[in-house]
Design a protein around this ligand. Structure first.
Ligand code: NDP
Length: 328
């Protein structure tokens, strides 16, 4: 079997999870990791895999089938995505929902021009949740779709708070409203304001000399991330942070409550995830979609794509005949 040659751009939580997910996929091989930091300072799970400087990435175009981008959505991917899409077939997990259409265009042009494929916003939300929102709406056109997250640590939001000046360490948890979920599952079709569905809670360690009120205000007013939610900001010390906030659980629910038939029979469709590690699961989704990208590029497809454009059978290492026999 010829293995798919994968490389990783950016080695944080998601990069590490991607390395682990590739190890569990026998049809793939990790050929290298690219980092903006000094390669000698980046230590992988498998020390035999080479780490290269991101500055040298152009030299490796012939050695990589699919490059998985593991940078942060707030400032890494908007800068790295368009450049890397002009050199490689890429997959990323860009999760700033409001900016996805703009980011799609920013990848589409360079990818088309270079004859490459760029699959963006893969993961669980956006990603698997997006697919389930689409299924619910297409199958039950009369109804409402509800997404609840948590309780869990949001990487995108934690990434955003950590980049604020004066923040030494920080995490953000999203909490769903149990009463709101019960009403939805009951088929009540409630109209819920953003604030009624979730709250957000941050735990922050301040850098020396930083002002707590300034940091709190920057967080709670941040557009796209916190401005539309009730956010509590707690300041703690580094020791407590390390003891109580180092694992990364997450999860959530997509619920479509709709009606069918002449008598408007209630139908509820629900998809849920309970994740012990958000980055490891997100990375596993990225790796499965990297396989799909590889298959599509062999058919000559180019330009930007989202999960809506990828047929599910392409995610599997099995052949279409095997899938028909074993899974239908
Ligand atoms: P990290 O902050 O851990 O890593 C982001 C980047 O920061 C890395 O690629 C790395 O780049 C750099 N970095 C990592 N560690 C260090 C360090 N010690 N010092 C300096 N730089 C470092 O972010 P995550 O991996 O947790 O998350 C990445 C993105 O994944 C999030 O922003 C989020 O948008 C997305 N995501 C998407 C989901 C989805 O469902 N679609 C779900 C979960 C996350 P480099 O190696 O080049 O320095």
């Amino acid at each position: 079997m010829t293995q798919i040659r994968i490389a990783i751009a950016g080695y944080g939580n998601l990069g590490r999870g991607t390395e682990a997910a590739i190890k569990k996929s026998p049809d793939m091989r990790l050929v290298g990791v690219f980092s903006r930091r000094d390669p000698a300072s980046v230590s992988l799970i498998d020390s035999t895999v080479p780490v290269y400087s991101m500055d040298d990435i152009e030299q490796y175009q012939n050695d990589i089938d699919v490059l998985i981008l593991c940078g942060g959505s707030k400032s890494d991917l908007p800068e790295q995505g368009p450049y890397l899409a002009s050199l490689f077939n890429i997959v990323d997990s860009f999760d700033t929902h409001a900016k996805i259409p703009e980011y799609f265009s920013a990848l589409d042009t360079p990818a088309q021009k270079a004859g490459k494929l760029a699959l963006l916003s893969v993961g669980w939300d956006p990603g698997l949740f997006s697919l389930n929102r689409l299924f619910g709406e297409a199958i039950l056109p009369q109804g409402e779709t509800y997404t609840f997250w948590g309780k869990g640590l949001s990487q995108g939001h934690s990434d955003a708070v950590r980049r604020i000046e004066g923040v030494k360490s920080g995490v953000q948890y999203t909490l769903p409203s149990e009463s709101a979920m019960a009403r939805v599952r009951n088929g009540e079709l409630p109209q819920l304001e953003t604030r009624e569905k979730h709250t957000r809670e941050c735990f922050i360690v301040l850098a020396d000399g930083a002002d707590a009120d300034t940091v709190r205000n920057t967080i709670v007013t941040m557009p796209d991330y916190f401005a539309d939610y009730d956010t509590t900001v707690n300041f703690i010390d580094q020791q407590t942070f390390e003891a109580e906030h180092s694992s990364m659980p997450h999860g959530g629910f997509v619920i479509r409550s709709g009606e069918s038939g002449a008598d408007n029979t209630s139908q509820v469709l629900e998809f849920s995830l309970k994740l012990g590690s958000n980055p490891e699961f997100t990375a596993s989704v990225l790796v499965a979609y990297a396989r799909a990208v590889h298959k599509l590029t062999q058919n000559g497809e180019t330009g930007a794509r989202t999960v809506f454009d990828i047929a599910p059978g392409l995610l599997s290492p099995k052949t279409p005949a095997q899938l028909r026999k074993e899974m239908l």
